[in-house]
Design a protein around this ligand. Structure first.
Ligand SMILES: [Ca+2]
Ligand SMILES: [Ca+2]
Ligand SMILES: [Ca+2]
Length: 297
């Protein structure tokens, strides 16, 4: 039996072929574009992860050593460590991440007794002149940052800083380069640095119990009478175990108390500065233990 002959198809015309190739081309380029964006996002995320781990490692270091680590490009007396020994300090594009810190916070024996830094960070939005910053953060302890995909360091500062420094952070794509000398190129690249920072306040909040609101020189210091008897601080009767707030500039003369009255000559004295000097844990609380003696509480 003869099979009916199939009608042969006409095939694809030249025009259709051109259209199909065109569509494929568009799809392919879209796909490549999406692929590039995905890779880039993944690298940005990876770098953010590197920076936040590094930031946490530095905070961890401060919690045990009571001071900041060294930069990698300076003399670092043992047993101090460098920031890049604490955690990975290479970004997703293979470049070293930068560390900028306030020098005194490395020299100090106890970061809790530090009250300010000279590093200010400004979030500038899309304005390369930063004429009206979105946010200004003062007393920054340290900054870690990556020069981003363009590998151009566009953020100011590197390593130890002992003179006041303003670090400006711009919105992605802003035509800003605050360190043209470093790369020798101030070309009109969009800002793409990735920046993390920590303030002295944030460190003290974690490390120095209850000290966030205690600033020596500004906050009153509670002096607890732990001398074993009711005393008079100037003319105020302070019973055993209770606190008397001493304000900046105050000088206290301590006298004995008798039935709720202050009497007799001075048995000791101290000033606000004396109280601040012994308040090693920086919580604005010290003990008066007799005579002219104060001790940390
Ligand atoms: Ca950059
Ligand atoms: Ca640069
Ligand atoms: Ca104290």
């Amino acid at each position: 039996m003869m099979m009916p002959q199939r009608k042969s198809s006409r095939g694809i015309g030249l025009l259709e072929l051109a259209i199909i190739i065109g569509i494929l081309g568009i799809l392919l380029s879209l796909g490549l574009g999406i692929f590039k964006v995905l890779v880039k996002n993944q690298k940005v995320a990876e770098t953010r992860e590197v920076l936040s781990s590094l930031r946490e490692s530095i905070i961890g270091y401060v919690l045990t050593r009571l001071k900041l680590p060294c930069d990698d490009a300076e003399t670092c007396p043992s047993p101090q460590k460098r920031y890049n020994e604490l955690s990975k300090a290479i970004d997703a594009w293979g470049k070293h991440v930068f560390y900028v810190y306030w020098g005194q916070l490395r020299d100090t024996t106890n970061i809790c007794s530090e009250t300010s830094t000279g590093i200010t960070l400004r979030l500038c939005g899309p304005d390369p002149a930063c004429s009206s910053p979105v946010q200004v953060v003062s007393d920054v302890a340290f900054v870690v940052f990556s020069s981003g995909e363009n590998r151009n360091k566009q953020t100011r500062g590197m390593g130890r800083t002992d003179t006041s420094l303003t670090v400006d952070v711009y919105e992605y794509g802003t035509q800003a380069d605050d360190d043209p000398a470093f790369d020798g190129d101030a070309s009109q690249e969009g800002y793409d640095d990735l920046v993390e920072f920590v303030t002295l306040y944030q460190i003290k909040e974690k490390l120095c119990q209850g000290t966030a609101s205690c600033v020596h020189g500004t906050s009153p210091i509670n002096v607890y009478n732990e001398s074993g008897a009711t005393r008079c601080f100037n003319t105020v009767v302070v019973s055993e175990g209770t606190a008397y707030p001493v304000n900046p500039g105050d000088s206290i003369t301590v006298r004995n108390s008798f039935f709720g009255f202050c009497f007799g000559g001075a048995i000791g004295s101290f000033t606000y500065a004396d109280a601040a000097a012994v308040d090693a844990d920086n919580d604005c609380e010290v003990n008066y233990t007799g005579g002219s003696t104060l001790a940390d509480r």
